[in-house]
Design a protein around this ligand. Structure first.
Ligand code: B12
Ligand code: SF4
Length: 540
């Protein structure tokens, strides 16, 4: 059952419930490109990371405005000095960030605390590592609705408290968020080729992948009337913009979501992430295409556990799994302009060189478009994190290394040096002559390119990033294994951060001098293993 029956809060008239007009800031700290930016970093920040703006900070901004506050909302993607984004005289500052940017969020919080502002952290990092964040913020929030925001604005709590509420049953629509969408995602007030308008058709996910924060979330489609209103608004006012569905897993209730897109006769292009098992018929794939879908992202996660993603109970041999993935993506990328395949190399079932060979074959076959190769990251509040703590395979890496290229865990079946060697082999294959030829040559010449060359720009960029950013960083880390402190750290014999990482840590936090001590970032407060974690609530 969709939750169309859930009560919608009655809109409240604008008022001043806090005795005065509170000055409030909302900052989405998206990306730290480091202290010195090359021209490529500038370009990447503008075209890629700017587009990572989240929906929830915009929602919080709308709520604060409805509560009569004077609110400034900004995103930070390394486009300027973080400390000049906001007015200086804020009463309350809301910040959100992923774990890899938490050092910047911490610095920003201290900067405003010194001015007397109450600082609040919500979002992915607050969800995963509240204990660590409580050292730097006055308030850290988990699930959060408008009443909780109102409570924080009224009480202005301090001292690192943790607060949570039931999640919202309704999100402000695109029309209410539009000025923030323009601020965050458009260029000079207009949508450009990279611009998206982010919306939800659902929140949560009914699947239970052990590395994912959504493994135990409750899946809910948003009110179909609200989705319809959003789509009609976008089609009428911004027909050239691309819609970005920020659902953890799009259209799990496939017919229900498609019915809305079809009812609206959606003409805007859209992109989303979806589970392979949902796309199990040709009819579904064509329904997606005909409703405007241009970009599809699917997670294989691992060829070792591939059968699960396809909704099969029988475990496949690696060769069969690779062939299955290849067939699936070949079909997909002949229909959609842009496809992305997410792989996490080094999950618990991954082992041996056969797996690496199969990934190389898969990548070079040119079947998938963008290959998003990830390193397992130990986000807390997940079963994988609990296992890593229990088995003492969680390395004491500072959170700013919870990003591409940096391994913060001891993989179950690879030592770190071998792991990096394999990762480099796979990354190299994504820009090998064979991969480029298979992917970009037209079918006339034996390749698999179905769309005009200029439509492959996104994919080419990602492959160049792999070759010239991701892979060289992996190579530098691999080379550093010759330093004894590095080898000892990755063997779990020393907890001291190797000099190689300390140098980068110091470079990155130099900008936070006088706000955070390097020790505070170097030694995060990790969450402990949960003894009886909440069970998955599978609602499909
Ligand atoms: C949509 C999405 C994206 C989109 C949009 C970015 C975004 N931040 O939303 C795109 C594709 C761009 C993206 C990119 C990335 N993502 Co992402 N993404 C998600 C996803 C699937 C949904 C987020 C969402 O909107 N959920 C729905 C909302 C309603 O639920 P919620 O997030 O649980 O929020 C509740 C509370 O946390 C709170 N809340 C949330 N935000 C805020 C903000 C404030 C101010 C307050 C007060 C409260 C509050 O209220 C909500 C309602 O109760 C999540 C998975 C997940 N479930 O969160 C991953 C997730 C957030 N992504 C993740 C990661 C790692 C990334 C990348 C770093 C990947 C990469 N290597 O490039 C980038 C970086 C993005 C960035 N800098 O923000 C991780 C973050 C883990 C972490 N602790 O850091 C997650 C959790 C997935 C995972 N691995 O488990 N992502
Ligand atoms: S299917 Fe995707 S969103 Fe759902 S639990 Fe697995 S990884 Fe997370």
């Amino acid at each position: 059952m969709p939750d169309a029956g859930l009560p919608r809060p009655t809109p409240r008239p604008s008022r001043k419930p806090f005795g005065k007009t509170l000055k409030v800031g909302v900052v989405d700290v998206i990306y730290d490109a480091g202290p010195k930016l090359s021209w490529f970093d500038h370009l990447e920040s503008q075209l890629v990371f700017k587009q990572y703006a989240a929906i929830m900070p915009q929602v919080v901004k709308v709520w604060c405005k409805q509560l009569g506050c004077d609110v400034t909302y900004k995103t930070f993607y390394s486009q300027c000095d973080l400390f000049t984004l906001m007015p200086d005289d804020l009463d309350v500052l809301f910040v959100t960030c992923c774990t890899q940017e938490s050092h910047l969020a911490y610095g920003l919080s201290r900067y405003y605390q010194k001015k007397g502002t109450v600082t609040v952290l919500g979002g992915p990092h607050a969800h995963c590592f509240p204990n660590d964040a409580q050292r730097f913020f006055d308030v850290v929030v988990g699930p959060c609705n408008k009443d909780l925001v109102e409570q924080i604005l009224r009480d202005e709590p301090r001292g690192g408290v943790y607060l949570e509420s039931p999640p919202p049953t309704h999100f402000p629509g695109v029309e209410e968020r539009m000025e923030d969408i323009i601020e965050a995602l458009f260029y000079f007030g207009k949508p450009m080729i990279a611009s998206t308008i982010p919306i939800y058709a659902s929140v949560g996910c009914p699947y239970t992948c052990n590395f994912c924060v959504d493994y135990n979330s409750k899946y809910r489609t948003v009110d179909t009337d609200a989705l319809e209103a959003d789509l009609r608004y976008i089609n009428t006012h911004h027909p050239d913009a691309t819609i970005g569905f920020h659902d953890a897993n799009f259209a799990v209730r496939f017919d229900e979501t498609m019915d809305v897109l079809e009812r609206v006769d959606n003409k805007n292009g859209y992109g989303m992430g979806i589970t392979m098992s949902v796309l199990n018929t040709e009819e579904r794939i064509m329904r997606l295409k005909n409703s405007g879908c241009r970009y599809v992202q699917c997670g294989i996660e691992s060829l070792s556990g591939f059968h699960g993603k396809q909704g099969r109970s029988r475990k496949l041999g690696l060769d069969q799994a690779r062939q299955g993935a290849q067939d699936f993506f070949e079909n997909l990328s002949s229909v959609f302009e842009m496809t992305q395949c997410n792989i996490i190399f080094g999950l618990e079932d991954d082992m041996g060189t056969d797996l690496v060979d199969q990934y190389v074959e898969f990548v070079e076959s040119g079947a998938a478009g963008i290959i998003n190769m990830c390193i397992p990251t130990p986000f807390a509040q997940t079963p994988l994190y609990d296992t890593l703590v229990r088995e003492e395979r969680l390395l004491p890496m500072p959170f700013l290394f919870y990003r591409d290229s940096y391994l913060s865990v001891i993989p179950k079946h690879y030592d770190a040096r071998t792991y990096y060697q394999h990762m480099i082999t796979i990354l190299k294959s994504s820009t090998s002559n064979r991969a480029i030829y298979n992917r970009l040559a037209s079918p006339r010449l034996g390749g698999k390119r179905k769309f005009p060359f200029h439509r492959c720009a996104g994919e080419l960029t990602m492959r160049l990033v792999d070759r010239f950013q991701f892979m060289p960083t992996c190579q530098r880390i691999l080379d550093a294994f010759d330093e004894p402190d590095m080898a000892a750290f990755y063997a779990g014999k020393s907890k001291r951060l190797p000099k190689f990482f300390r140098r980068e840590l110091e470079e990155r936090i130099e900008r936070l001098d006088g706000l955070v001590e390097s020790d505070e970032i170097e030694y995060p407060h990790f969450e402990s293993e949960r003894v009886s974690p909440p069970q998955g609530l599978r609602v499909v």
